[in-house]
Design a protein around this ligand. Sequence first.
Ligand code: AMP
Ligand code: MG
Length: 271
Amino acid sequence: MGVKRFRRDPGERYRLDDFDPSDNGGIESKNAGRRYLKDLQGRLNELQQVLYAEGKHSILIILQAMDCAGKDGTIRHALSSFDPQGASVTSFKVPTEEERAHDFLWRIHKAVPRQGQIAIFNRSHYEEVLVVRVKGLKPEETWRGYYDHINAFEKLLTDSGVTLLKFFLHISPQEQAERLRERQERPDKQWKFRPGDLEDRGLWPQYMEAYEEALSRCNTPRAPWFVIPADRKWYRNVAVSEVLIETLEGLNMGYPKPVVNIQDYKISPVF
Ligand code: AMP
Ligand code: MG
């Protein structure tokens, strides 16, 4: 199945109710899904090696989601096939004093990948039209202006050879409740529990409205938004991997030609 079903055409409106968070892409079992994911990871690894060797393109992967939807898990599983030398992960937290003293894209721009590299953003500049909007952290006239700034910024990046992929990990409120309960109960997960997560959960409809507007207004052919079904962790990983593979294959990359006439060089026997 094509990855087109995870997105909308530019200019079209995203309605999150139209996307089923528990979609399994027709893959019947978790085990079959996991086996398939292994194949996808192998292919991703090959593609990243060419990306790195060719050093022409760079890839920026943005992950946005409600708490517990699996941003960390996606990085750990779907994106673990990357060679660490060619990849980076940046997590964007509440802005520091220094970050707040600059424009909202300052800290983002610094983390954009150089050629040949893949960068993964755990949260991003989109927080400025999500949490900032929903919690009223800045006046409306300020964040209202951000959609245009984001589109202009992303155009600068794509014009400069960055391929942008933006993923909204779409979890249902029921599944989030399950995972929050797990965070309360399991000693190895309790460190992730934040009372603020419950506050955000109480603002679910407002967040969905903010997401719908961000996705609808900032979805361009070269910086598309994908809505990834995230109630099943294994399928979330499969879906993200499929999008990445299709995108990387579309770049028609190749290993660079040798810099010298290789046959002219004789490798001497051992001394
Ligand atoms: P976590 O990703 O769970 O470690 O949490 C990071 C927190 O930082 C989340 O609650 C985000 O909403 C918050 N955050 C990230 N970026 C911003 C921003 N630009 N303004 C305000 N809060 C932010
Ligand atoms: Mg939170």
